[in-house]
Structure formats: structure tokens, C-alpha cells
Ligand binder design. Structure first.
Ligand SMILES: [Zn+2]
Length: 585
């Protein structure tokens, strides 16, 4: 997800944004007209989950309105701006898609093919000029037990021509059928580029919403009508000259940053962080469990509820006396894409968080059943369970808490665990509406959010201390090793299906090359091989690992029991290790 091209884009895009007048942005709905007659956390959920915010996808106008709403709520409670240049916002660019430039061309033996009609570059294609021989490579997948000889053709320096899809997968799609997977494998095999032949009935794919960064090779899709000619040319070993011109489109993303200052100046450098992401899936697509529905995914529970909880905690703490420690409130964007906002904040904080006391994260706290709340991360500090239990006992209506030590779950707290900050993550469990358009506000338990807000505020007060009460001490436990792999997003290396298991915990922070890991899972092949926190994986089983995708694909191409050579960079030195992959269970 992250690499140098992205960084290069930073400067360029900010300049672009400066040019877009604020008035060109669509108006945000007026809270007074949206959440009529509602009060408390449900009022905030009602606004954030309104159709008018269009599912709050990162970089969208709806996400901008959500950020402004959260900032205005925190401002109304007297919290100070702690973002860029005295504002409540931390602005950073994100990739929203790609558009095609004018220079795309394809010619095979003086036969030209029309861009946009016979073929198109894919949104993650490199923008380059290549002249090379074509080679027919079947499906471009290793399919043990089949005589797909073409897949093992010599492709180095050649333009690989492959059929669309994966014949071994349901509906021919799946991960290995994804052209991005095939292109990453092709690049790893030294191919000069990849040309995917589309089947009848499939239209040329659009680059508009392609958020994956450009690969180093050109990647083209050829229409079904032009495919026979290109396939024949490949079988005849003809030469093709390709020019691809694909330009990423960037958008402005905003984290919200607000501060409740320290009551004791000596503690000003030790904030307690409260966070929640306010973005969601927009109109669906990637990440949706209803991928064909192009509808507003309102994200009332995920995560308007956590955002309302954050606002509730701010209300409670700003109403009481000043705590000795400052409290930093962070509204994250881009969580659904892979923790973009929290990873960005941790790597470029607007306030020094290197000595932060702790981070409390709320994600999906709006559908409490029987007072049950799961509190993750208790393994990141020695006193967490007793602190939470004590705070719970002090509630007007105590909750039923269950604790889990894992600080690395699929939400923003993981970005802070990776930075060695003790975390707690509050969750009321998943449900049938998760990541579907039906995750609506009228299914949210506003009172439940308020009770979790009261619990979290109680924990923050205990950590924060004041004139009368000393701050509770918290002893961080570094490099927590959670018991079982967590349910994941595509960006981490654990998902069900009895596939190969290695057991690394990927670091989501942006970097130029390789995959940095923040830890290894207990008893995993990675641990047995000797990998450890801080290592940067640069090669996996002979394949270059430029980013999380390359790593995921290289791993997914192996089987349990396979022996793999892994090369990591540690303190500037390359070390090669051997591991035997296990079964994912
Ligand atoms: Zn979420």
C-alpha cells in the first residue's frame, strides 16, 4: 500500500489542493436539521450515518463533512485545536484512483491496437515504454498437477500474455485470479510486463477507483474481440511495443486532532490518547460484504458509534476538573483502507506521543447485547485488567467485560501498539449488518455507547490523575504475543482457509521498500525461523517483497509444509532464514 511514489506524490498533491477553492466543495448537511429531537451519542451517530455523508469514504466530501462535524463537536466542548497550523485537522494525501494520460499505445508487428477500445492499461500499471517479445504464459499461475506448461515458460524480459482469471477458483476469480496478483508474480519472475486477455462479456476495467500503487511493470487488459490476435501473436513469439500512461489521482484526507490540556505542566509531554475512526466504505466495493451493492454503506456501528463514544468521553472529561495529564482526542480517517489515518498520525504526529501513557480505541461499540463489551489489549500493560475492572465497578450500571490480551487487532489501536504504547480497544462484537448498507443508525444502542463512554472516561481519569488523586501507574508490556491470529483485512497475513501460515505481524507505517514487521506470533514458523520485531522482509521464497501485497501474494502462492527462504534486513544487514510454513487454522 505504501511506497516512494506515494511519498513523491505528497508535495505535488498538496499544491493541487491549494488550488481547489473551498466553495467548490459540496455543502455539508446541517446537523440541526439531520438529528432533530435526538440527544447524546445517538445524535452524533444519526448525523455521521446520514445518507448525505455518502458512507464517509476516505478522501470523499462525506468524509470531509464528518471530520468537520467531529471537530466542531470537540471545539464546542472547549478542546483546543492540536492539528496542523493551529487547526483541528491533520491533512495528508491519499490515493483515490487513477486516470489515463494521452500517451497510451500498443503495436504488435506494425499492427496498432486502439487504447480504450481494444485494450487499456490497468490502474496499478507502471507508466513506461517497453519493446519486448511476447510469450504465451497460459493463466500465468503455477497449477501443481496440471500440464499447464505455458505457466512455466521462460518469461524474463518478455511481455507475458495470460488468460484472465484462475480456472481453479470459484467463478474463476479469487485472489490468484486478480490481475494485480498475476502482475506481482510476473514482476517477481523478471517479466517486462503483463497482458491479460479478457473473456467474452467482460468490459475493459476502469482505473478510476484503483487505489493500489503502481507496480514497476506495464499491466494491460485486452478486450475479448482483440484477444485472439494478441494470443496468436504471443504464440508466434512476435514483438510488441507498449507505452502506458497512468496517473494516480489523489485526494485530501484529514485526521481530527483536539487536546484537553494538562492540569499539571510537568505532565504535558505524557498524553493519554483517545481515538476512533470516522471513515467508512462509501458506496461499497472493496471491503464490503455486499460487494455488488453500489449503495451508501452508512457505517452507523462501524464506526459512527465509536466516534460518538469519543465525543461522549470528551464531554465527560471537559465537564470535570482538569486532569494532571493531557488527553489527546484523535478522529482517524482511512481506517477501512488499512489504518491509513492512524498509521500516518503515528509516523507524523502533530504532538509528541513518544511518551504517551496509553491509547484507548473505540471501534464498533453501538450494538451491545446483554451489557457485554470485549476489551482488547489488556496484554499491553500489567495493570489494564485491574484498572478496567475498578472503573467498571464504579459505573452506575456496570458492564459485563471480557478481556483479550491482543493489542494487534484490525483497528487503529494496532498502529499504537506497534509504537510500544499500551492500548485498550473497546468492541461490542460484529453482527449481520457489518460492512453492509444495512448498518444503519436506527439499530444503534445510544445508551450503550454512553455506558462505554462512561467506562472509558473512568479509565482515563484514573490514568490522568488530578490535584487530589495521583495518576495510576501503567507498566507497558513490550512486544505482546497474542494467542491466536486475529480476523483480518487483506493487509495482514492471517485469514482462514487452511492456507499457508507464517505468523508475522505487519507494520502498516508507510515505507519505501520491503515489509517491516512489528512482531511475530507465538510459536509461529516466523518465530521459529528467528524473525523478530523490527525486521524488514525484502525477499520471500526468492521473490522481492516491495510491499504488503507482494508479501501476501508470495505467501499465498505456497502451501503448508513448504520450506521457504526468507531474507530480512536487520540493522542494515541482510540475513537469510529458512522456515517451514504451517497450516492456517
Ligand atoms: Zn471499523
Amino acid at each position: 500500500m505504501y511506497d516512494s511514489k506515494y511519498r513523491a506524490g505528497v508535495v505535488a498533491t498538496l499544491a493541487v489542493f491549494a488550488a481547489i477553492p473551498v466553495c467548490a466543495q459540496p455543502r455539508c448537511p446541517d446537523p440541526a436539521t439531520v438529528a432533530i429531537g435526538l440527544s447524546g451519542p445517538i445524535q452524533d451517530v444519526r448525523y455521521l450515518a446520514d445518507d448525505a455523508l455518502q458512507g464517509r469514504e476516505v478522501g470523499s466530501p462525506g468524509a470531509r463533512c464528518a471530520a468537520e462535524y467531529v471537530a466542531s463537536r470537540l471545539e464546542s466542548m472547549g478542546l483546543q485545536p492540536a492539528g496542523d497550523n493551529g487547526t483541528y485537522f491533520q491533512v495528508f494525501p491519499v490515493r483515490r484512483g487513477a486516470e489515463l494520460g494521452p500517451r497510451n499505445s500498443l503495436a504488435i508487428s506494425s499492427e496498432s491496437y486502439a487504447s480504450g477500445k481494444d485494450w487499456t492499461p490497468l490502474g496499478f500499471s507502471a507508466s513506461v515504454r517497453v519493446e519486448a517479445g511476447l510469450v504465451d504464459a497460459g493463466y500465468g499461475l503455477s497449477r501443481p498437477g496440471t500440464d499447464d506448461g505455458a505457466a512455466h515458460a521462460e518469461v524474463s524480459g518478455k511481455l507475458m500474455v495470460v488468460e484472465w482469471g484462475d480456472p481453479d477458483a470459484v467463478h474463476g476469480g479469487g485472489l490468484r485470479g486478480d490481475p494485480h496478483f498475476k502482475a506481482t508474480v510476473a514482476a517477481g519472475r523478471g517479466a517486462a510486463g503483463l497482458i491479460v486477455l479478457l473473456p467474452e462479456g467482460m468490459s475493459l476495467p476502469s482505473a478510476e477507483e484503483e487505489i493500489r500503487n503502481a507496480l514497476d511493470i506495464p499491466v494491460l487488459a485486452v478486450s475479448a474481440s482483440a484477444a485472439p490476435a494478441v494470443r496468436a501473436a504471443a504464440r508466434a513469439g512476435r514483438t510488441a511495443s507498449v507505452v502506458t500512461d497512468v496517473r494516480p489521482t489523489m485526494a485530501e484526507a484529514r485526521n481530527v486532532v483536539a487536546l484537553l490540556p494538562a492540569g499539571d505542566p510537568t505532565q504535558a509531554g505524557r498524553p493519554i490518547i483517545v481515538g476512533a475512526h470516522f471513515d467508512h466504505l462509501g458506496l461499497g466495493g472493496e471491503g464490503s460484504l455486499d460487494p455488488d451493492a453500489r449503495e451508501v454503506h452508512n457505517g452507523a456501528d462501524d464506526n459512527a458509534s465509536g466516534t460518538a463514544g469519543l465525543i461522549d468521553i470528551a464531554r465527560r472529561l471537559s465537564a470535570g476538573g482538569r486532569l494532571a495529564h493531557p488527553v489527546l482526542f484523535l478522529g482517524f480517517t482511512g481506517e477501512e483502507k488499512g489504518l491509513w489515518g492512524s498509521a500516518h498520525y503515528v509516523s507524523e504526529p502533530t504532538l509528541d506521543i513518544s511518551r504517551a501513557v496509553a491509547m484507548l480505541n473505540l471501534d464498533m461499540v453501538g450494538r451491545m447485547v446483554h451489557d457485554a463489551v470485549t476489551v482488547f489489549g489488556t496484554g499491553t500493560a500489567e495493570q489494564w485488567e485491574s484498572l478496567a475492572t475498578d472503573a467498571n465497578a464504579g459505573l452506575s450500571r456496570p458492564l459485563t467485560l471480557s478481556f483479550s490480551p491482543d493489542g494487534y487487532g484490525p483497528s487503529d489501536h494496532a498502529s499504537f501498539t506497534a509504537a510500544g504504547i499500551p492500548v485498550l480497544h473497546f468492541f461490542t462484537n460484529t453482527h449481520a449488518d457489518y460492512h453492509r448498507p444495512s448498518d444503519d443508525w436506527d439499530r444503534i444502542d445510544g445508551d450503550g455507547i454512553a455506558r462505554i463512554g462512561e467506562l472509558a472516561a473512568g479509565i482515563v481519569r484514573r490514568l490522568g490523575g488530578d490535584e487530589r488523586t495521583a495518576a495510576a501507574s501503567l507498566t507497558p508490556i513490550r512486544t505482546v504475543r497474542p494467542a491466536a491470529p486475529t480476523a483480518t483485512s487483506p493487509s495482514s497475513s492471517s485469514s482462514s482457509g487452511y492456507g499457508p501460515y507464517f505468523g508475522t505481524i505487519p507494520d502498516m507505517t508507510p515505507r519505501d521498500f520491503g515489509l517491516r514487521i512489528t512482531g511475530v506470533r507465538e510459536g509461529s514458523p516466523a518465530e521459529k525461523a528467528g524473525l523478530r520485531a523490527g525486521d524488514v522482509i525484502v525477499e520471500f521464497d526468492g521473490r522481492e517483497v516491495s510491499d504488503i501485497y507482494a508479501y501476501t501474494y508470495a505467501l499465498r502462492d505456497k502451501k503448508p509444509g513448504d520450506e521457504v527462504r526468507v531474507v530480512v534486513e536487520r540493522d542494515g544487514v541482510r540475513i537469510t532464514m529458512t522456515a517451514v510454513l504451517a497450516v492456517r487454522n
